[in-house]
Design a protein around this ligand. Structure first.
Ligand code: COA
Length: 150
């Protein structure tokens, strides 16, 4: 299985180009290569990537504030979704943030995003509220999810 050949590690600046390409394919308001270039050296950010044949095919990250972390982005390349890679990536990301003393994790997600909701529920994130009209591209609400004991 592909997922066994993937190496998961922390993001480097040289990954920014590959990551930005996946962002473009995935999100209505994608972050740029330069955004990820800066994130790779942001002391308050932690990103993990999944690499297959020297190419990033999955990435996800957080901003850390004291004992809390907020997910900024997470995506798997469209060709590799629904194969368990997002689960492995998220699990590694949580391992990395726990090493930094983080105990609580939060994020926003579209209620229509079934795959993401399933992924987060696997890691015990629970929906605790909504931000009305949060997503500017279509006015969709965001669900706010928390796990206060990761
Ligand atoms: C969300 C995302 C990162 C999940 O990664 P993935 O590798 O596809 O997820 P996994 O294969 O590990 O599956 C995680 C869970 O979601 C479920 N799932 C996967 N694809 C699904 C789909 N298309 N529809 C519904 N559920 C799905 C799986 O069944 C799995 O649950 P299970 O283990 O209980 O069966 C990926 O789909 C993605 O990149 N989506 C676009 C970007 C995005 O929406 N990011 C999140 C923004 S908040």
């Amino acid at each position: 299985m592909t997922e066994n050949l993937i190496e998961f590690r922390l993001m480097k600046q040289s990954d920014a180009e590959n990551i930005a390409a996946i962002e473009e394919m995935t999100f209505a308001m994608p972050w740029s290569r330069n955004d990820f270039w800066k994130e790779a050296i942001n002391d308050n950010a932690i990103y993990v990537v999944g690499v297959l044949d020297n190419k990033v095919i999955a990435y996800g990250g957080v901003w850390v504030s004291f004992e809390e972390a907020q997910v900024t982005n997470i995506a798997v390349h469209p060709d590799y979704r629904s194969q368990g890679i997002g689960t492995k990536l998220f699990s590694r990301l949580i391992e990395e943030i726990k090493k930094r003393g983080v105990t609580a994790l939060t994020l926003e997600v579209r209620p229509s995003n079934e795959a993401a909701l399933k992924l987060y529920e696997k890691f015990n994130l629970k929906s605790v509220g909504r931000r009305k009209g949060y997503y500017l591209d279509n006015g969709e609400d965001a669900l706010i999810m928390w796990n206060t004991k990761i």
